[in-house]
Write a protein that binds this ligand. Structure first.
Ligand code: 5GP
Length: 170
C-alpha cells in the first residue's frame, strides 16, 4: 500500500515558520549553534534555520539508532561527530522525531557534557510514547500518531526521504 499523507508540505511550512519565530523569541540572545541529527533532520533543519533570523553556525551529528528496521534497537551509535566545539555556545539540537526519547536523551547528555552556554531541543514530531515519558522537549512541530512515519527527510530503509509531506506507512 502507498504511504498515507498525515501532514501536507504546506502545513509543515506554516509550522516551521512559527517555530523559527518562537525559537528566536525564547532562546537567550546571542549567536546560535544549530546541531542537526543526520540523516532524518536534514530537510527540517534546512527549512528551520531559514526561519530563525539570527547569527548562527550549523553543525551535524551522525547517529544510527534503528538500522533499517522500523523498531528501536535501543542502541545509539555516533557515526560522525560535530565539526567544532560547542563550549560557551547557545546550542539548539534539531531532531526529526522523538519516539522513546532514547536518542534525544543520549544526545542531550553528550552535548551537555561539552559545556554549552545553553542547550535546547527542537523536534519536528513527537510520538505518544515520548509525550508520556515526561521528558522535556523545548519546541515541537507536531504530535505524531503511534505509526511509522516517512517523508520530509524521514525514511524507511532509506526510502521516502524526498516526499515533501509526512506520511504513515500502513
Ligand atoms: P527514539 O530513540 O526516540 O525511540 O527514536 C528516535 C529515532 O528513531 C528518530 O531519530 C528516528 O530516526 C527514528 N524513528 C522513530 N520513529 C520513527 C518513525 O516513525 N519514522 C522514522 N522514519 N524514523 C523513526
Amino acid at each position: 500500500m502507498p504511504p498515507r499523507e498525515l501532514i501536507s508540505a504546506a502545513t509543515i511550512a506554516g509550522r516551521v515558520a512559527e517555530l523559527g519565530a518562537e525559537i528566536d523569541r525564547r532562546l537567550p540572545a546571542g549567536p546560535l549553534t544549530v546541531v542537526g541529527v543526520l540523516r532524518g533532520a536534514f530537510m527540517f533543519m534546512a527549512d528551520l534555520v531559514r526561519a530563525i533570523p539570527r547569527e548562527m553556525t550549523c553543525d551535524f551529528l551522525g547517529v544510527r539508532s534503528y538500522g533499517d528496521a522500523t523498531v528501536s534497537s535501543g542502541v545509539v551509535e555516533i557515526t560522525s561527530d560535530l565539526g567544532a566545539p560547542i563550549a560557551g555556545r547557545h546550542v539548539l539540537l534539531v531532531e526529526d522525531i522523538a519516539d522513546t526519547g532514547l536518542t534525544l536523551g543520549y544526545l542531550l547528555d553528550l552535548l551537555r557534557a561539552r559545556g554549552p552556554a545553553s542547550l535546547h531541543t527542537c523536534v519536528l514530531l513527537a510520538k505518544p510514547a515520548y509525550r508520556h515519558s515526561g521528558a522535556p522537549l523545548d519546541f515541537v512541530g507536531f504530535d505524531a500518531p503511534d505509526a511509522y512515519v516517512v517523508g520530509y527527510g524521514l525514511d524507511a530503509a532509506q526510502l521516502y526521504r524526498n516526499l515533501p509531506g509526512i506520511y504513515a506507512l500502513e
